[in-house]
Each structure stands twice: as C-alpha cells, then as structure tokens.
Design a protein around this ligand. Structure first.
Ligand SMILES: C[S@@+](CC[C@H](N)C(=O)[O-])C[C@H]1O[C@@H](n2cnc3c(N)ncnc32)[C@H](O)[C@@H]1O
Length: 221
C-alpha cells in the first residue's frame, strides 16, 4: 500500500475532528495565558492555539533554546509558551510592527513574573529587523506574522539558526485551505508554496504537524 493511500485510510477510519480537539485541550492553560489570550482578542490579533503553544514549549525545551527569535509578538501568547520551554537564562527576541500589541505582551510578561532581561522586544517591520540579527547564533526561530512575507522570514531564519536549530512556522494549513488544491487565493497559495519550499530545502529536515492551524517545523542540518 502506498504511503498516501495509507494516510487517507487512517484519516477516514477515525474521528479526526474530535481527536484534534482532544489534542488541543490536552495541556490546559493557566490564568496568565488566558488573560494574554483575552488581551489578544481585544486587540483583534489571533494567538496560537493551546496545542500549538504546548508544541512550541516542547520544541524550545528539546532544543535547549537559550536564544529564540519570534516574528509576530501579538499579545504575547506564543512568547509565553516559548519562554516556558527555555532555560532560566534564555532570551526571547520578539518582533512586531504594532506597538500596542507589544505593550499587551509586556503586560503578560510582567504578569508571568519574567525578569525584563528574558525578553527583547523590537518594534518594526520584520524584514527591516531580521537582517540586523546575527548569523547562526539562534536555537529556535518562530514565524507567526503576515503570510505574504513568510518565505522571506524563513530565508532569514535559516541564516539565523545554528546547525541543529529549530524553525517553526504557524498557520501552515491556513484554515484547512492548503490541503485543498481547489483553493487558489493569494494567501493559501503563498502558504502552500512555502511548505513546498521548506520540504525541498536540503538545509532543512521538515515535518508538518496538524496541531492548531498547522505548524510547519524543521531542523537546520
Ligand atoms: C497572528 S499575530 C501573532 C500572534 C502571536 N504570535 C501569539 O501567538 O500570541 C501576528 C502579528 O504579526 C504582526 N505583524 C504583521 N505583519 C508584520 C510585519 N511585517 N512585521 C512585524 N510584525 C508583523 C502583527 O502586528 C501581529 O501582532
């Protein structure tokens, strides 16, 4: 049996929707995360799901990530998850063009009792900021901003990561449109193309996780 046939058989022989919800709720969120999520809602910026957040914590912990870059701070939900997986002396550099979003994220960091030295918030367009960061010294780069520039962020991420460092990109299934070839709108096409590019990149070892809205992960060889 071919691999794709086998994957389809598994998909139709079990209730994937309820399994997905079960996975998303598997690690419950505490009050700090719930309040950060509430601020995100008030600002109209969509945070990562609980399942994606838990996966980010695990990735950060597995990589022993002391130096992490996040593209798209939002109200700080994913930042909190990344920081929870990092060691006590780890520093998160997080970039967003919306000062108001970063203000909300800073409230979340304070509420979480994080020392100010644990976070470096940079406001600006990611494509202006990323080229100023040092080559090959970061353990993990998480991309969660505008999809149209995601390919450029990934190219920067590969430059920033040390060998063995981890790349993670949210929204890789883009509202379940990416897997449907009939969906050809601009954003869906860009996200689908990004998946192909990462998969074909010999510098990277990729996997596409169905958590949240799809989490594309890769290790830099
Ligand atoms: C989906 S939200 C991030 C959510 C956040 N990662 C979380 O889980 O809490 C996307 C963020 O990317 C920021 N953004 C969009 N385009 C950007 C750009 N060109 N440069 C930097 N930040 C950008 C938005 O202001 C927004 O805060």
């Amino acid at each position: 049996m071919g691999r794709s046939t086998r994957a389809r058989e598994v998909a139709i022989s079990s209730d994937k929707a309820s399994s997905w919800v079960y996975c998303e709720e598997f690690v419950p969120e505490d009050d700090v995360l719930l309040r950060a999520r509430e601020r995100a809602g008030q600002l109209g910026c969509t945070p990562v799901t609980a399942g994606t957040g838990a996966a980010l914590s695990v990735l950060a912990a597995t990589a022993g990530a002391r130096a992490v870059v996040e593209v798209g701070t939002g109200a700080g939900v994913s930042s909190l998850y990344l920081l929870r997986g990092m060691p006590e002396d780890g520093v998160l550099t997080t970039i967003d063009l919306e000062v108001e979003h970063q203000r909300a994220a800073k409230d979340a960091f304070t509420e979480a009792g994080l020392r100010p030295a644990r976070t470096r918030t940079i406001s600006g367009r990611a494509l202006d900021v990323l080229p100023r960061l040092t080559d090959g010294v970061y353990d993990l780069v998480f991309v969660d901003a505008d999809k149209e520039s995601a390919a450029a962020y990934v190219e920067q991420a590969v430059r920033l990561l040390r060998p063995g460092g981890v790349l993670a990109v949210s929204g890789a299934l883009w509202h379940d449109r990416v897997a449907d070839p009939a969906r050809r709108d601009e954003t869906t096409t860009a996200v689908r193309e990004l998946g192909r590019t990462v998969r074909a990149d010999e510098r990277l070892l990729p996997a596409l996780l169905p958590t949240g809205d799809g989490l594309l992960v890769a290790v830099k060889r």
